[in-house]
Design a protein around this ligand. Sequence first.
Ligand SMILES: NC(=O)c1ccc[n+]([C@@H]2O[C@H](COP(=O)([O-])OP(=O)(O)OC[C@H]3O[C@@H](n4cnc5c(N)ncnc54)[C@H](OP(=O)(O)O)[C@@H]3O)[C@@H](O)[C@H]2O)c1
Length: 239
Amino acid sequence: MKTGKLSEKIIWITGSGRGIGKAAALALAECGARVVLCARSSGEINETATEIHTIGGQVLAIPCNVSDQNQVDALVNRVKQQWGPVDILINNAGVAAFKKIVNTTVQDWDAMLDSNLKAAFLCSQAVLPDMLEKGAGHIINVVSVAGKQPYYNCGAYCASKYGLLGFTEVLRMETRKHGIMVTAFLPGATDTTLWGSANVDRTKMMTTAQVAQGLVNICASEPGCMTEQVIMRPIGGDL
Ligand SMILES: NC(=O)c1ccc[n+]([C@@H]2O[C@H](COP(=O)([O-])OP(=O)(O)OC[C@H]3O[C@@H](n4cnc5c(N)ncnc54)[C@H](OP(=O)(O)O)[C@@H]3O)[C@@H](O)[C@H]2O)c1
């Protein structure tokens, strides 16, 4: 068993079947954390769980749409029964569609607001009672640089991420006096499927492993001096 700071910590990473969430889950499992994976579909989280088992890690893979309150509550109860309450929640699940506002459908809008914003509220609310009782815990919200500055063709995405940053700041105000840490993580362009077929230069993006290391560092923050906001960008800046 690893003996570092994260050893045996129960860390729930939402949206961990691929991309940043998967890379973070693998990196955290390597540090000895017990990781909880979830995504709407089961194939990719099961594959990730197999990779984690291969490196000797501890993992639970639970299909869950994190914008559905019943599914979120069921996941949290199952984790509590099998392992105990969640120590660290990483609200990472997210979707994007790159369209001008005039072409954005109500379905696009709802999909982004549900997965990128409502889900963070539901998952945070589901783990908060145990964290408040323990007087400890850490909630890390994967925002984006698009939560702080506008980008063309990102109307709904920016709306969801600006909202998530605002939610994060209020969550921190309300919970810090109870010993709970809340961190906003704002990555820039990272090479994942989130970009779909967008016409962008992926060689200029960060890798998921680089961004995952940022999340590992935040998870290992010292209690008593909270990291409030982390911005990570490709060395060449925005694309
Ligand atoms: N890539 C970038 O350049 C970048 C930059 C800044 C911030 N971010 C943020 O980083 C996070 C991860 O993005 P990524 O680039 O790694 O995307 P990705 O490769 O597309 O992975 C997204 C993950 O989230 C899951 N997911 C989406 N909606 C979900 C829901 N409602 N319930 C459960 N799981 C859900 C997906 O699985 P299923 O489809 O199976 O549900 C998948 O596992 C997102 O919040 C994104 O906004 C990304």
